[in-house]
Design a protein around this ligand. Structure first.
Ligand SMILES: Nc1ncnc2c1ncn2[C@@H]1O[C@H](COP(=O)(O)OP(=O)(O)OP(=O)(O)O)[C@@H](O)[C@H]1O
Length: 640
């Protein structure tokens, strides 16, 4: 279906049947997607237990679940809110089913028990909120997904062919060069984003596709459209498709082959959608004429709507009837038969993957495009640092070597470096967006923490260097810091290391606390702390021992402050004020006071800053940066 068709459907709110997508229009040669490995996917005795939040006692949130989906079939996991849909979907995909949950039971493909690695190799998982990168176009999103997943044996032409093929299959041909959309620049509609999310997983060639509420946030026409595309491609390629779904319209519901109906973690029905109405009629709950069957099933067991215990009783009855039903017995027999049969061996199945170096390069390329296109990543920071440079250059304007400028010079060094570090918080949202994409790609077995961390570090360097140059060219010369090439380049080096360290801190904090407001607050707090103990507000010889020995020596801002101070003061001489009688009034004690001057090196002594240690400080800065990055990497490794 074309974009215009989608838009008009959603605008007019026309009935789903009127907007039935004409999938034949999009028929493409996606033969490479064809699944001839997984013949069926089944599970039985599946239990998920948690520690009850309130009572701390063990609690089953999924009980004795069993199911069987054959290749080419599409299963809907349905149930009222809190019934365990996501728990079941996650358990089947070998993901953490719920916080702190223990999962037991067998999950098999072709009757063979699956390992985590096998599930990752065989399946793709489309999250409810797919982490698409807003500044990439549809085609770029697909190409990067393909490059992250396809082995080098697939030629570039073939990869592009597959990408274009899937774009067309999902009716996104006319949006191929449209960006996904950022908060500043609008791109795809909600339905198009969902379709892109699904097709970017399909390009990785999964045999089993899990979808968490693929229609959430869409109206009924768009929901039908998304499900129809998925069904069409699944049927054509013999894929196993399992989706959790919330209140589908009747036509969307009819797209599914099988239904798994849950309530309170218990199964109320598992079987063909086409036979569900007859089953419920048989156990005493016939569907009234002209009723949306999906809605009827949900209302039947929705204990949230219970006023007098009636629905609870009914739900218990439905579950009981299911447990006694011949359909359930038949399901268990079928699962048993498959495990005893001689299906295709999957134990030695291994997905072909790209070479070791391909993934970091692909990530680097993708981050590069994002960095220069996405104003949120670096654009806003460029503008902010430019503004700060002009502000500082005009406030700390044209200083000279008269002694009244010594303190303002020191203030400019402190404020410039500390404020620049502080403003690195502007990177938090862009990093969290990348982290979200990483988490989903990692869960799909596409990217590891090392590739992510290395590419993130490398891609930041040229932008941070440009920011440093932009700020320094304006501020250094307007304020009239030590006017020499070497002075300028040393300043640039310190500021660059300062920004790299500040950004590394953002990476560490945001990797640890994935919530925007928390990451922002913690980074701001830490930078405030580093400012307090860097040796400017309280000179090192005055700073109390706790702050000095616990924090000062690991404070990256302290080394930047000292490095810039030495750069400015070590070789400069300042003039005292001449007073009556030919004497001088000097603000800083110095061996040159007698001749009306102050040696810059003597100013450094007031702050207990030693000279000749710049090399060591450079080394420590690099160590701090490496430490932040290494810790961030470890956080990601531990957070499997
Ligand atoms: N530690 C816990 N203690 C008590 N209940 C828990 C705990 N962890 C999960 N649950 C419950 O397990 C149930 C299953 O949650 P799940 O997210 O799978 O439901 P869902 O059907 O996907 O809901 P929704 O449609 O609202 O997303 C919920 O009722 C949830 O409150």
């Amino acid at each position: 279906m074309s974009a215009s068709k989608e838009t008009s459907a959603s605008k007019t709110g026309s009935s789903p049947s009127m907007t039935e997508p004409d999938l034949e229009l999009n028929h493409t040669e996606s033969g490479y997607l064809a699944n001839d490995s997984v013949q069926n996917f089944s599970w039985h005795d599946l239990q998920v237990r948690v520690k009850d939040r309130a009572t701390k006692a063990p609690l089953s949130i999924l009980t004795e679940a069993a199911g069987l989906v054959k290749a080419g079939e599409m299963l809907a996991i349905m149930g009222p809110s809190g019934s365990g849909k996501t728990t079941l979907l996650n358990a089947l995909a070998h993901r953490v089913a719920a916080a702190g949950a223990t999962t037991t039971g067998d999950i098999c493909a072709n009757g063979q028990k699956l390992t985590l690695q096998l599930v990752r190799d065989l399946s793709g998982y489309v999250e409810q909120e797919d982490a698409l990168i807003g500044s990439l176009t549809v085609r770029e999103t697909m190409i990067f997904a393909a490059r992250l997943a396809l082995p080098s044996t697939v030629s570039k032409q073939e990869a592009f062919r597959r990408v274009d093929d899937l774009i067309n299959s999902f009716g996104l041909g006319s949006q191929a060069n449209t960006i996904v959309g950022t908060p500043i620049k609008k791109g795809l509609s909600g339905g198009q984003k969902k379709r892109l999310g699904v097709s970017s997983r399909l390009v990785t060639n999964p045999k089993i596709l899990f979808l968490d509420e693929p229609t959430s946030g869409l109206d009924s026409a768009l929901s039908l459209e998304v499900c129809s595309y998925i069904k069409s491609i699944g049927q054509r390629n013999n894929l196993v498709i399992i989706a959790s779904i919330h209140q589908p319209s009747s036509t969307t519901f009819q797209q599914f082959d099988k239904l798994c109906l849950l309530s309170g973690g218990k199964t109320c029905y598992f079987g063909p959608v086409a036979e569900a109405a007859a089953y419920f009629g048989r156990i005493g709950y016939p569907i009234p004429a002209e009723t949306n069957s999906a809605e009827f099933f949900l209302d039947l067991i929705n204990t949230d709507l219970d006023k007098n215990g009636e629905i609870m009783q009914r739900t218990e009855h439905v579950c009981e009837m299911w447990n006694k039903s011949p359909e359930r017995t038949h399901l268990h027999e079928s699962i048993q038969k498959i495990s005893e049969g001689s299906s295709k061996d999957l134990l030695h199945y291994k997905a072909q993957k790209p070479g070791v170096w391909t993934r970091p390069f692909v990530l680097l390329h993708r981050s590069w495009i994002k960095s220069y296109r996405d104003i949120m990543a670096y654009g806003i920071r460029f503008a902010m640092y430019f503004g700060l440079a002009v502000l500082m250059g005009t406030v700390f304007l044209r200083f000279n070597t008269e002694q009244q400028y010594i303190q303002p010079y020191i203030n400019a060094i402190f404020f410039g470096s500390a404020f620049m570090s502080f403003m690195a918080v502007a990177y938090v949202p862009a990093f969290l967006e990348d982290l979200n994409t990483f988490k989903q790609e990692r869960a799909n077995g596409l990217v590891g923490p090392l590739s992510f961390m290395v590419s993130n570090f490398i891609i930041g360097l040229p932008f941070l260097f440009l920011i440093t140059i932009l700020f320094s060219v304006i501020e250094y010369w307007m304020s009239n810091f030590r006017p020499s090439g070497s002075g300028f380049f040393m300043w640039v080096a310190w500021l660059f290391l300062d920004l790299v360290a500040a950004e590394s801190l953002v990476v560490l904090v945001s990797s640890t606390f994935n919530v925007f407001v928390v990451a922002l607050a913690v980074t701001a707090f830490l930078n405030g702390l580093w400012m307090c103990v860097d040796g400017f507000l309280v000179p090192m010889n005055t700073l109390n021992v706790f702050w000095k020995y616990v924090f000062h020596y690991i404070d990256y801002q302290a080394y930047v402050f000292q490095g810039m101070m030495v750069n400015e003061f070590e070789s400069r001489v300042y003039e005292c004020v001449k007073v009556a009688g030919g004497a001088y009034q000097c603000n800083y004690p110095s061996t040159l006071n007698a001749v009306g001057q102050i040696r810059g090196a003597d100013v450094l002594k007031v702050f207990s800053i030693e000279t000749g240690l710049q090399g060591t400080w450079f080394g420590i800065m690099i160590g701090i940066i490496a430490g932040y990055r290494l810790l961030a990497y470890l956080v990601l490794v531990l957070r499997k």
